[in-house]
Design a binder for this molecule. Sequence first.
Ligand code: BTN
Length: 286
Amino acid sequence: MTDRDDPEGDVGSPPGPPVPEDALTPAAVQRHLRSAVFGHRIFYYPSIGSTNERALELAAAGEPEGGLVLAEEQTEGRGRRDRSWASSPYLGIYASLILRPAIPAPRAPLLTFMAAVATADALNEVPGLKARIKWPNDVIVAGRKIAGVLGEVRGGDPEVREMVVGIGVNVHHEEADFPLDLRGRATSVRLAAGHRGDRATLLARLLEGFEHRYTRALRDGPATLLREWQTLSALQPGDPVRVLGPTGPAQGEFAGIDEEGGLRLAAAGGLMLRVPFGEIVEALEP
Ligand code: BTN
């Protein structure tokens, strides 16, 4: 697509490396897609700074819910906690979905949990993969990160009227395709399953799974989603864990997540701590 603001345009030939057969074009994704709304309008970029940034711009300009920004490469892909997201051309899925959920702001993190659940679920349909979730929303296979989710909301309204959920999945990467500091810690469909996954099918399954859970949670509340998250969680209740939260490190036994996605930690002396956001530094040896 050369007119990048037209979600229905033709795909142009990007400069740079030759376009592979499994280019993640709107047509390729939509051929597999059975969702009602999500992913029906796709803004496709051979290369872009960050799909999240572009989706936030489109959302601010009034793009309806379900619009998807998709890129073959990101030059400034961003991750959680001010990290970057390695986004080499044609190797991964780099996608950002526009949502208009009208939910209280403290519930917004649940939508990133939802994306992690939908991503893990879609990956678990790939033969040879067993994906799990590491709090809050890292998707891991055999202890290595295969996908991540970054939810972004602009403005400080008490109600979330527009939000972008960005999802990055490592698909075709070989070990050498990851930056040095990620080698041994990151994995891909190819590395973990031992075969080339199909990015279009994977993205289509992910979008359908996300849409289904989104509709259900807005209608019935988050209870089913939280149960699914717990089923897919790499940590089980009672597992010893060390966490880096907003007030510093904390350790104890994993005691599940609460209704807003905060981590519950049973600390020494019978103290129950809540870590609203942060990351697991390490699972402690029992
Ligand atoms: C994480 O740190 O785990 C979150 C990574 C999120 C990466 C995705 S790739 C598509 C979207 N655009 C971005 O700039 N980031 C997200």
